[in-house]
Design a protein around this ligand. Sequence first.
Ligand code: ATP
Ligand code: MG
Length: 180
Amino acid sequence: MPRLFVAIPLPEDVRERLGLLAGGVPGERWVDSEKLHLTLRFVGEVDGGWAEDIMAALGGVTAKPFEVALAGVGHWGTRERATMIWAGVEKSPGLSHLQSKIESALVRLGLEPEGRKFSPHVTLARLSGSPCARVAKFIADHNLFRLPPFRIETFTLFSSFLSRGGAIYTPEVEYALLGS
Ligand code: ATP
Ligand code: MG
């Protein structure tokens, strides 16, 4: 059963810049820079027939290209036990529009709605037992982090194969955003 998610792969220069943030927090696993992405919708494990329907439904999503800018860093989890560190995404109506189109296409197909509000982010590191002072210092040190906006013209359906060395993502279908 493939494990699927829909995401925006990041341009190489953006991934390189994000990769420079890695380090300095003990107990963390930094995401390899080539794997950095912005998740639009986690689908999870589906059987083969569903995968084809999902591909077709995503093919019917229409949205225009848009710009996003990554800015700020933060963490999830509690202050005492942070679970991950992310880079933030500035408010982008185009991004919100695309995400809601994808969500409604998948719900129309019969997938369970994503119950949680869309919080766009790029996961930078997953943490286990990292000292909270070090996490707080990382976030304070990168408070002013911001990259120039870049244009998004495609989104991608990925499969994810969980392995001991970390998940292996494979782009399955790339979808173009059309119009100006
Ligand atoms: P691992 O789970 O082994 O740490 P991973 O999280 O990179 O690896 P997946 O779990 O397949 O790989 O996740 C693929 C993408 O979907 C990642 O961006 C992940 O953050 C996101 N994701 C995974 N599970 C969920 C979920 N339940 N809700 C929202 N996003 C999720
Ligand atoms: Mg995961």
